[in-house]
Ligand binder design. Structure first.
Ligand code: MLT
Ligand code: ZN
Length: 457
């Protein structure tokens, strides 16, 4: 018989610790995906690692499943609670400690918002260089659990590069303090990495010591217009050879630009349309000869250079606003894939050719962190097609897409994670042996299988 966990939580922590209002159940049981209806049992708001530990221990004793929930900006259903789970919100664990200027580190709790961490570090001339459109709502715990990527990976790498220490709570309530603030610590298994990017299935991150970087120097932002995909990669080759620091190399197709301009009511920076655009952010001073060479060689068709921080922000909005604008425009079928950069152009050409031949009515919206080999491929439901038909076609399109990904040794999830949504795709990128090991590891950390169940595998 299922024990009355609600009563037990109330007895242990008092009534203010949790909520069961319909609004909260709906809000805290979901992320940005709209595929599964949230249906959690109760939402808990611990204020410390100790409270998380006591809560997990209680749920473990009574066989109750738990879902950790950060800023709920995920795109793979990794934080969705759809089966009467206990949700742990980190909303009351947002503390950010003092910046250690000597070590260039900062301690914070899992619920600290990414942007708040940036602000805390900025006053010391430092930054936590993990950055994306959802920085205003995503949390450090969520970023760590998903090994978040974003728009600056080409310069700084992924979240895992910027985490020194972790406090993790296991399902039985055990608290692990991993690595402290050590930069170097060669003493066997680096347990931190087991909890980074594994979407909370092995343990719950409650605190972190983040590694900071010097604030980047003032930058220039360019938006280049290009006549075809080949030019996107030719331009990237020139960027690989420049003698200044490139912070971002982001690509968007004309279809994406149109959707974002319409949704955000922005004016196009170009008088004509072009098949592709590339946003380059680079530290000043940018080599004028490089810039001039792009025009002299006919590599770029047109370009705008932001003349002020406001203009730079507007150019960035045209790239960072795509996901939100597509979601507001229609029903999307989203993919977040990675390919070896050297094979990405050939992959896109082959796959889009297949798509056009098989399903000419379905338009691919292509954008992403092309400099990292990370492409966001979104398919939008045509207005004339009903939802079941669209889903059916997407399933077929996916088979072809994943066959190409496998052929080119790519990944079915570059940065959004696997969660609930991409579980069935894991086998295209990971071998059965690897998946079996992941599952065996689960039995070590969470033998009853109660922590974020159903996610990843
Ligand atoms: C982005 O790079 O804008 C995202 O990861 C969001 C998305 O794919 O919707
Ligand atoms: Zn992205």
């Amino acid at each position: 018989m299922t024990p009355d966990i609600i009563k037990l939580i109330d007895q242990e922590f008092g009534p203010a610790f949790s909520s069961r209002t319909p609004e909260d159940l709906k809000e805290y049981g979901k992320d940005w995906t709209k595929v599964h209806d949230p249906d959690p049992l109760i939402i808990c708001f611990p204020q410390s690692t100790d409270e998380v530990s006591r809560l997990l221990k209680l749920c473990n004793q009574h066989g109750i499943a738990v879902v950790p929930s950060g800023g709920r900006t995920g795109l793979s259903g990794g934080a969705v609670a759809a089966k009467k789970e206990v949700v742990i919100s980190f909303e009351k664990m947002r503390k950010i400690g003092a910046v250690d200027e000597l070590a260039q580190t900062l301690w914070c709790e899992a619920g600290a918002v990414t942007e708040a961490v940036h602000l805390a570090a900025k006053t010391h001339g430092l930054t936590w260089p993990i950055n994306f459109a959802s920085s205003g709502s995503s949390t450090v715990g969520g970023n760590i659990a998903t090994n978040a990527g974003g728009v600056k990976v080409i310069r700084y790498g992924l979240t895992r590069n910027w985490v020194l220490g972790l406090t993790v709570v296991l399902m039985n309530g055990e608290i692990l303090k991993l690595n402290g603030s050590l930069e170097k610590n060669n003493t066997g298994v680096d347990f931190r990495q087991i909890f980074i990017g594994t979407e909370g299935v092995y343990g719950v991150v409650t605190e972190a010591i983040l590694k900071l970087a010097p604030l980047p120097k003032e930058s220039e932002v360019f938006l280049f217009a290009l006549k075809d995909l080949a030019k996107v990669f030719e331009l990237f080759k020139t960027v690989r050879r420049v003698n200044f620091t490139v912070n971002a190399y982001e690509c968007l197709s004309d279809e994406c630009l149109h959707v974002v301009l319409k949704h955000r009511k922005l004016a196009s920076p170009f008088s004509d349309s072009h098949p592709y655009y590339v946003l380059v952010e680079a530290e000043k001073p940018v080599d004028e000869n490089w810039l001039q060479g792009l025009f002299d060689s006919g590599l770029v068709e047109d370009a705008v250079q932001a003349q002020s921080p406001k203009e730079a922000q507007n150019l960035w909005a045209m790239r960072e606003g795509i996901g939100e604008s597509l979601a507001a425009t229609g029903l999307m079928h989203k993919h977040d894939i990675a390919l070896p950069i050297a094979r990405l152009q050939e992959f896109i050409e082959n796959w889009t050719r297949d798509l056009k031949t098989q399903y000419s009515g379905i338009m691919p919206y292509i954008f992403g962190h092309i400099g990292d080999g990370n492409l966001h491929v979104n398919l939008m439901k045509p207005a004339s097609m009903d939802v079941p038909e669209f889903r059916r076609i997407c399933t077929q399109v996916d088979q072809n897409l994943f066959a190409w990904i496998q052929k080119y040794e790519g990944s079915v999830s570059a940065e959004h994670g696997i969660g609930l949504l991409k579980k069935h795709l894991l086998c295209y990128t990971r071998t059965p042996e690897e998946i079996a090991i992941m599952m065996k590891m689960k039995t070590v950390f969470d033998p009853k299988g109660l922590l974020n169940p159903g996610k990843i595998f």
